[in-house]
Design a protein around this ligand. Sequence first.
Ligand SMILES: C[S@@+](CC[C@H](N)C(=O)[O-])C[C@H]1O[C@@H](n2cnc3c(N)ncnc32)[C@H](O)[C@@H]1O
Length: 251
Amino acid sequence: MKKQDITFGIHAVEAVLKHSPERVIELWVLLGRDDKRLMPILESAAEYGVSVQYAARKVLDDKSGGGQHQGVLARVKAVKQLNDKDLTALLDKIEVENTETPFLLILDGVTDPHNLGACLRNADAAGVHGVIVPRDNSVGLTPTVSKVACGAAEVVPLFQVTNLARTMKSLQDKGVWIVGAAGEAEHNLYKADLKGSLAIAMGAEDKGLRRLTREGCDSLVSIPMTGSVSSLNVSVASGVCLFEAVRQRLS
Ligand SMILES: C[S@@+](CC[C@H](N)C(=O)[O-])C[C@H]1O[C@@H](n2cnc3c(N)ncnc32)[C@H](O)[C@@H]1O
């Protein structure tokens, strides 16, 4: 039998119904919940012939593992895990179509699902083509990630690669410039050129960029900070870096 997942939260469920309705097996809705925000979800479910079960809060709490389900939860077919080959195929497609410049986000070992979810949300908003993570020592696409990503997990490809340093090298061979974000870097993010084929690499919550990742970057930049904290949260820092790149690429 194909692997199944749970997706919960209004935006996450709405997104899976919108972008890949064929994945939705069944929907669970909180009994007695009469909310205008659920209407589009129920309408899509009816359109795609998805069965809807109404259940007490305890059932949804249990099914979501205590997550913030907002009264709606879907049992879905698991997405195919994307790997290096899929990343190469994406870059080849961008090259053939020749209408866009590659724009990628690398997360070097982010383990908190809230951070990955928020980074995917940033990535989608910034128009990133894909997010790359090492397969080991990183959080994958969990229900909490999808919930926090607010629908972005359904549309931004997440490439889980076996050897990040090797993947970075193959990106560089394809002309992608890799900029690593590191608080202690001398170069200021706002002075870096982020206009061409680009991957921005962010470090993990505790240790930052690993040595090999850091050494594999073409340049390292810092976001200038004036307060007393030593670093920003990785999702905040990724938002700052991505949107500086967006600003430059639009100007
Ligand atoms: C919580 S920080 C990691 C802090 C860690 N102690 C370290 O040594 O890097 C997570 C990631 O966010 C990014 N980051 C946070 N603050 C930054 C800053 N001021 N400039 C550039 N990147 C930053 C970096 O990529 C960093 O690896």
